[in-house]
Design a protein around this ligand. Structure first.
Ligand SMILES: NC(=O)c1ccc[n+]([C@@H]2O[C@H](COP(=O)([O-])OP(=O)(O)OC[C@H]3O[C@@H](n4cnc5c(N)ncnc54)[C@H](OP(=O)(O)O)[C@@H]3O)[C@@H](O)[C@H]2O)c1
Ligand SMILES: O=P(O)(O)OC[C@H](O)CO
Length: 335
């Protein structure tokens, strides 16, 4: 019997998605995971009980496959792949520990569906600028996939996007297991922007649901949102792409309709009258759409693409506009 060479993969982040990705990686016989989490109590608990106490706590994390690390530098040492799975708003702080040299010759995989708020950049652009990682050394994990369903081993699909098809195909192999099928795709920027924008739509979907709009309105909102995403992505990165594919439309649908969606839940609270602060305090998890609404709105001051849904969400979250009033206004733009 031939033994496969060991592949070391670093996972950075301790939330639901990081935990789900570690679970997927543990399905690969040749993979060893080095997992960095910021929370010392979570690290101690995982070492003792082999479960993450804070997120997806039912998932078993086999100690022979998973080594948890206090230091980020330690987790990436010798790793071929470094997966970033922290909400974009918080990705800068832990990475301060390292510089471009530490990442040289590694493949960087962004599992993040958000933009770095201080620079309004996609994570891949920010990694290029800050750590000089060539775009061809990066992949993005996309597709309609909730961590909670991965934990339950429900059949899921992922899309691995990269400008380097060999890199995408290679990493897709590591993400494919009994309950996950991953496919490579060449459209890195399109996939990344669509993933950021679907979070804003999920917020809108939650807000309208919270106010009391029904399924008929939701369906029109989502259909119009797809057109809004098309307009923006085409303006920012014009190229042929099939937006009906799972990485774009599939992700929009799951986030706008699923009971597991953080962004929809956050929007729902806003629609029901919570303040932004109160909704954030209520949720342990992070709704990326909150930060994305500001980044995309700001970017669009340059592109001037018609974006009535993003504009409405931005005004509600950042200008204190009343959700009911904004949705009344939005109705005039929907067809
Ligand atoms: N969840 C999914 O199904 C899913 C699927 C695909 C992609 N994603 C993407 O994966 C990324 C990570 O999201 P997630 O779902 O794993 O997050 P999550 O379950 O909502 O957990 C929140 C994460 O953010 C960290 N965090 C919260 N406040 C922080 C702060 N002030 N400073 C630093 N870190 C802070 C938490 O760390 P502590 O626990 O230490 O507080 C935790 O790791 C996001 O970009 C998300 O869009 C998620
Ligand atoms: O639906 P959300 O807001 O929890 O986002 C999670 C993932 O992006 C779904 O693919």
């Amino acid at each position: 019997m031939t033994t496969l060479p060991t592949e070391k993969v670093a996972v950075i982040g301790g939330g639901s998605w990081a935990t789900a990705l570690v679970k997927i990686l543990c399905e690969q016989p040749q993979v060893q995971v080095r997992w960095w989490l910021r929370n010392a109590e979570d690290i101690a608990h995982i070492r003792t009980y082999h479960h993450n106490p804070s997120y997806l706590s039912d998932v078993y994390l086999p100690p022979r496959k998973v080594k948890v690390c206090e230091r980020l530098k330690e987790s990436i040492r010798g790793a071929q792949y470094v997966i970033l799975a922290i909400p974009a708003a918080y990705v800068q702080e832990p990475l301060r520990e390292i510089n471009a040299t530490h990442l040289r010759d590694k493949r960087i995989v962004s599992a993040i569906k958000g933009m770095v708020p201080t620079t309004n950049q996609l994570v891949t652009d920010w990694m290029q600028d800050t750590y000089q990682v060539p775009l061809s050394h990066m992949c993005v994990i996309a597709g309609p996939c909730h961590a909670e369903e991965v934990a339950l081993e429900k059949q899921s699909y992922l899309t691995i996007a990269s400008t380097d098809q060999a890199c995408a195909a290679d990493f897709a192999r590591l993400m494919t297991c009994r309950f996950v099928t991953a496919h490579p795709l060449a459209d890195l920027y399109g996939v990344e922007y669509a993933a950021v924008m679907k979070n804003i739509v999920a917020l809108a979907s939650g807000i309208t649901h919270g106010i009391g709009y029904g399924d008929n309105f939701q369906a029109v909102l989502v259909a119009n949102a797809m057109q809004e995403i098309r307009r923006f992505v085409t303006a920012v990165d014009p190229r042929e792409r099939d937006l009906s594919a799972s990485a774009y439309l599939g992700d929009l649908l799951v986030t706008a309709y699923s009971q597991f969606s953080r962004n929809r839940l956050f929007g729902n609270m806003i629609g029901r009258g919570y303040s932004v602060k109160a909704a954030q305090l209520e949720m342990k998890m992070v709704a990326e759409g909150y930060f994305a609404a500001k980044s995309i709105y700001t970017m669009n001051q340059r592109y001037q693409v018609p974006m009535p849904i993003t504009n409405a969400v931005y005004r509600i979250l950042y200008e204190g506009a009343a959700p009911v009033h904004e949705m009344e206004e939005l109705k005039k733009h929907l067809k």
